[in-house]
Design a protein around this ligand. Structure first.
Ligand SMILES: Cc1cc2nc3c(=O)[nH]c(=O)nc-3n(C[C@H](O)[C@H](O)[C@H](O)COP(=O)(O)OP(=O)(O)OC[C@H]3O[C@@H](n4cnc5c(N)ncnc54)[C@H](O)[C@@H]3O)c2cc1C
Length: 255
């Protein structure tokens, strides 16, 4: 996708016009994109939206992106990782600028969401498991939990290439320091922080078993990342005794 038309016309039915407020580097391969979405109804933590780009020749491309923010208001935060051979993500990461306008559709997703107990949530412990950019909706969930001052135990197991590739590092640290119980553990697949003896390598069944809230505590488990990551982890969770109905998954594609 080499360009995005400046949208002048009214949006198509069910779509909103979003103006880019800010785009900034999140990791060496990803950008954080803040949008003002005209008429956005607000969203729950964990939901996603569809972004549609229209090239000057009328060609359109649509992709889904999780929302890192939640609550009322028209401001929406996304974080997009660049797939080197991708059609849309290199444009969003490297070329999108403040003031550009996109079309977005949403909020989408009713199952991969978290609500505080005071707002109809289950009050069960929560285990979040992310692979790479799959952390985005889990950041929204962790922040909603922190903002609610909710006492439900939360944990995040986050598989990431290197310490430089951690999305929303400051926000995760702030949530972990707050009064709401929240613990974060990283699995580094390529390089661990200097001076640590943290093991390096892909997540294994043993690492998962050691790093997650046990099935006996009946947590709700949210797993998000590439399709292969999610399927591997969900399979192991079932082997470890977690009930299928307690596992919520979001697959980003790929293998
Ligand atoms: C519900 C949902 C939420 C999503 N949220 C996010 C998000 O918050 N941040 C984000 O960066 N992405 C997210 N994605 C992925 C996003 O929709 C696009 O698939 C991604 O940006 C690649 O688009 P592209 O046009 O650059 O690549 P394409 O041109 O569509 O694909 C290029 C190649 O990469 C492969 N591929 C596609 N997706 C992946 C993947 N995730 N991992 C590995 N290989 C892949 C394709 O099979 C193809 O071979 C989400 C996907 C879904 C379904």
């Amino acid at each position: 996708m080499s360009g995005v038309q400046q949208l002048q016309a009214a949006p198509r039915t069910g779509w909103h016009v979003a103006e880019v407020v800010e785009t900034r580097r999140e990791t060496p391969s990803a950008a954080r994109i803040t949008l003002d979405v005209d008429g956005w109804p607000g969203n729950l933590a964990g939901q996603h939206l569809d972004v549609r780009l229209t090239a000057p020749d009328g060609y359109t491309a649509t992709r889904s992106y999780s929302i890192a923010s939640s609550g009322d208001g028209e401001r929406v935060v996304l974080a997009v990782d660049r797939l080197p051979d991708g059609e849309v993500s290199p444009f969003l990461v490297d070329e999108l600028r403040a003031g550009d306008r996109l079309e977005v559709h949403g909020p989408l997703g009713a199952f991969f969401v978290w609500r505080p107990p005071a707002d109809g949530g289950t009050g069960r412990p929560v285990q979040l498991i992310a692979g790479g950019s799959g952390v985005v909706p889990l950041v929204a969930i962790a922040r909603a939990h922190a903002e609610a001052g909710d006492a439900t135990p939360f944990r995040l197991l986050y598989s990431v290439r290197t310490p430089d590739d951690v999305f929303f590092a400051d926000e995760l640290e702030t949530a972990a320091r707050g009064p709401a119980p929240f613990a974060v553990e990283f699995v580094y697949t390529r390089r661990a922080p200097a001076g640590t003896d943290a093991p390096v390598g892909r997540i294994t069944r043993e690492r998962l078993a050691a790093g997650v809230i046990g099935a006996d505590a009946a947590p709700v488990v949210y797993v998000c990342g590439s399709t292969g990551f999610v399927e591997r982890v969900a399979g192991w969770l079932i082997e470890l005794g977690h009930h299928q109905t307690a596992i919520r998954t979001e697959r980003y594609g790929g293998t």
